[in-house]
Design a protein around this ligand. Structure first.
Ligand code: TYM
Length: 332
């Protein structure tokens, strides 16, 4: 079976609807067909300052949400990045294979460091994509299911795989990003030209997987729509309505064409009322399941330990090969 790998940062109190529709849902589908690795990149989270207790809690919450959202620990390998030290070991080797200029061109660093001020941005934030390349290449996946915003990072991992293979010898599979076109991006409900993000200005544009039904319904009903009345998908002129149609379509499985037909002659309000119900029905059981899992942290930690062991078995082999190829003396 071909392999996939992906992860989401534990950097908020909950995953949001963009993470769920743009990534998690896709993972859950793919785990049926692929040998799947899903992890929680806590090493990446500390590239910006984190409160230790909050980080630990968020790591568990993220794991619980993966499982509640449909990741099946019997079928897939679920683990926490810091439990597998090989990630940092391979990252160091890749740090030494990446050009300074090459790393400087990564747009996420440019955006985030601009926000923080270049002087206070950490070196970890700068080398973030290199650690991500290590995450990926350790397991030699064929595909990396992510949202559009991660495309450049997967590109870097492809470049590093090819570079290592040609400089030393054939070692890494060159992975491909698996980005579902129309669902790749969910936008902020209040500002529908910006992606839905945990770092949004106001929470009003954000739906979290742990929000209660009332909050979810309220946020959808007060979503910004566009001038005019027609319910039509038009990203350029009707970004608000288009975003609502996308969310509807991804959850219900109806195509956008079908939805346009269904809502012909109806008002924005109709779409919002329906969509609020659809989203609440979908997220409600995920929230309850996540809360159940979080009520038994010892069991959750046990599941993560099993996953870490499975991951390490593979990761250790990769690091051993890499260390040998770069010329490190074997430790007896
Ligand atoms: P992160 O934590 O920012 O996002 C997790 C996943 O959610 C997707 N996503 C979205 N999709 C659609 N609409 C949105 N509004 C939206 N917001 C986020 C992201 O594209 C992503 O797939 N660097 C990664 C984490 C990471 C990783 C990896 C991923 C570390 N190592 C190795 C894959 C493979 C990140 O910060 O994702």
């Amino acid at each position: 079976r071909a392999r996939i790998l992906s992860g989401m940062q534990p950097s908020a109190d909950s995953l949001h609807l963009g993470n769920y529709l743009g990534a998690l849902l896709n993972w859950v589908r793919m785990q049926e067909e692929y040998d799947a690795f899903f992890f929680i990149p806590d090493l990446h989270a500390i590239t910006v300052p984190q409160d230790p207790e909050i980080l630990a809690r968020r790591t568990r919450v993220t794991a619980a949400q993966y499982i509640a959202g449909g990741v099946d620990v019997e079928k897939s390998t679920l683990f926490v990045q810091s439990h597998v030290p090989e990630h940092t070991q391979l990252a160091w080797v890749f740090n030494c294979l990446t050009g300074f200029g090459e790393a400087s061109r990564m747009t996420q660093f440019k955006d985030k460091s601009q926000k923080q001020g270049t002087d206070s941005a950490s070196v970890g934030l700068f080398t973030y994509p290199i650690l991500q390349a290590a995450d990926i290449l350790l397991y030699n996946p064929q595909f990396v299911p992510v949202g559009e915003d991660q495309r450049q990072h997967v590109e870097l991992s492809r470049d590093l795989a090819q570079r290592f293979n040609s400089r030393f010898s054939e070692t890494f599979v060159v992975p491909q990003p698996a980005i579902q076109k129309d669902t790749a991006k969910i936008y902020d409900l209040q500002n529908p030209t910006a992606k839905m993000s945990k770092s949004a200005q106001s929470p009003a544009g954000l739906i979290n997987l742990l929000d209660d039904a009332k909050t979810i319904a309220k946020r959808i009903k007060s979503a910004v729509t566009d001038d005019g009345t027609e319910i039509r998908f038009d990203r350029e002129n009707k970004p608000g309505v288009s975003n609502l149609l996308t969310i509807h379509s991804v959850i219900t499985g109806h195509t956008v064409d079908e939805l346009e037909e269904q809502y012909q002659g109806k008002m924005y309000g109709h779409l919002k009322v329906d969509l609020a119900e659809i989203v609440v029905d979908r997220l409600g059981p995920i929230k309850s399941r996540a809360e159940e899992l979080l009520a038994d942290p010892a069991e959750l930690d046990r599941l993560l330990a099993v996953g870490a062991q499975k991951a390490r078995d593979i990761a250790a082999e990769t690091v051993e090969q890499v260390y040998r190829k770069v010329g490190f003396l074997p430790a007896l």
